[in-house]
Design a protein around this ligand. Structure first.
Ligand code: 13P
Ligand code: SF4
Length: 361
């Protein structure tokens, strides 16, 4: 029963992990898989015992993404899944703000994170007290907050957004409030990217994603020279110069969708490293080329700590109920909006002539 390179694998483990191996075998070595497969089988059995689902972000390593993730996707898809899941326990294979979002949307469920130190430089860049000061400075303007924030920031927010729907949410807020300016915090680069695609004026905070801010236009130029036929996709948390030089900008799900739909021969994903490995498991005939950067927070989540999380029911994520109630309104408003339109090509959007001006707080 054991497959190919793994003649010694126990029969039951081999049976339950064969499909996952097919997805990851170009990216994970047989030596690594011999260690991963028993853990994957153990985690999948524990999930049944605990009535748990694992929500895995696109930046999880391929062994987690393809081996144990029940629902995989971008921040928006995972938030929606947390709201509708019927399992008693949610294990967030992602970072802490994602687990808080799940708890906010599913207060009656037990939400666990395998490593509570899995943070985010954007979430760390702003506090609820900062948002209260911003509201004093700009009274009457709606506050749109990226989901990459803590619950106390969400509690001060009118509506949340993700990189998949930020333009749609900003335009919705401007319409609802009857204003031409919207506060969009805390990612400055996402704010600039949104400003390039709308006539709504954007007021931005100077937060950065430590993974995406490290890319620059020279990285793109090098890729263009070395691989002239490759299509270059970048995450909207990248600096403006990177997005201007890329062929397409979109959330992690939008990038995966682009590759699955258009099947470029060669593609560069300007984002976290695991993304290419995960998409490669789902599409054939596409060559993925670097560069990529690692998110040290996402990489805190491993098969071992997911197993321990389910074994010991640790580490539970809670949000004080009054804070959760105020934050829920902001997250739920986002979840209730219709799905965002298929993203336009960034360079064509720019060519329409929107001026990219943001006011920095
Ligand atoms: P999305 O999955 O929403 O594109 O977000 C990427 C990210 O950096 C999450 O931490
Ligand atoms: Fe935060 Fe950036 Fe890591 Fe996402 S990739 S969790 S935005 S630091």
């Amino acid at each position: 029963m054991a497959y190919g390179e793994f003649p010694d694998l126990d029969d039951a483990i081999a049976r339950s992990t064969a499909d996952a191996w097919e997805k990851v075998k170009g990216r994970v070595t047989p030596l690594e898989w011999a260690l991963h497969a028993p853990l994957i089988a153990e985690i999948n059995a524990l999930k049944k015992q605990r009535d748990a689902v694992i929500l895995a972000h696109n930046y999880m390593t391929p062994d987690i993404f393809h081996g144990v993730g029940d629902f995989v996707g971008d921040s928006l898809a995972l938030a929606k899944e947390a709201a509708r899941s019927e399992a008693r326990v949610i294990v967030q294979a992602g970072v802490h703000f994602m687990a808080e979002t799940s708890k906010i949307l599913s207060p009656d469920k037990t939400v666990l994170i395998p490593d509570p130190l899995a943070g985010c430089s954007l979430a760390a860049s702003i506090t609820g007290a900062d948002v209260r000061l911003i509201k004093q400075r700009y009274p009457g303007l709606p506050v749109v907050t990226y989901v990459n924030t803590t619950a106390d920031v969400k509690a001060e927010t009118d509506i949340c957004c993700t990189s998949a729907n930020a333009v749609q949410v900003v335009e919705w807020a401007a319409r609802e409030w009857g204003v031409d300016r919207v506060i969009l915090i805390p990612d400055e680069y996402l704010a600039r990217n949104v400003a390039a695609q709308t006539d709504v004026k954007i007021i931005a905070w100077q937060g950065r994603c430590e993974v995406h801010e490290r890319f620059d236009a020279a990285d793109i130029a090098e890729m263009r020279q070395a691989y002239p036929g490759a299509e270059i996709l970048a995450h909207p948390e990248c600096p403006e110069e990177v997005l201007n030089a890329a062929d397409f900008a979109g959330s992690t799900a939008a990038m995966a969708d682009y590759v699955e739909t258009r099947r470029p021969q060669q593609v560069v994903l300007i984002t976290e490293c695991s993304m290419a490995a995960n998409v490669a498991g789902d599409v054939e005939g596409v060559e993925f080329i670097g560069p990529c950067n690692l998110c040290p927070h996402m990489k805190r989540i491993t098969l071992t700590n997911i197993r321990d999380c389910l074994l010991n029911m640790q580490f539970e994520v809670t949000v004080p109920e009054d804070m959760a109630e105020r934050a829920r309104q902001a997250v739920q408003r986002m979840v209730d909006l219709p799905p965002p339109p298929v993203p336009a090509r960034y360079d064509l959007v720019r060519a329409r002539g929107h001026s990219v001006q943001v006011e920095l707080i």
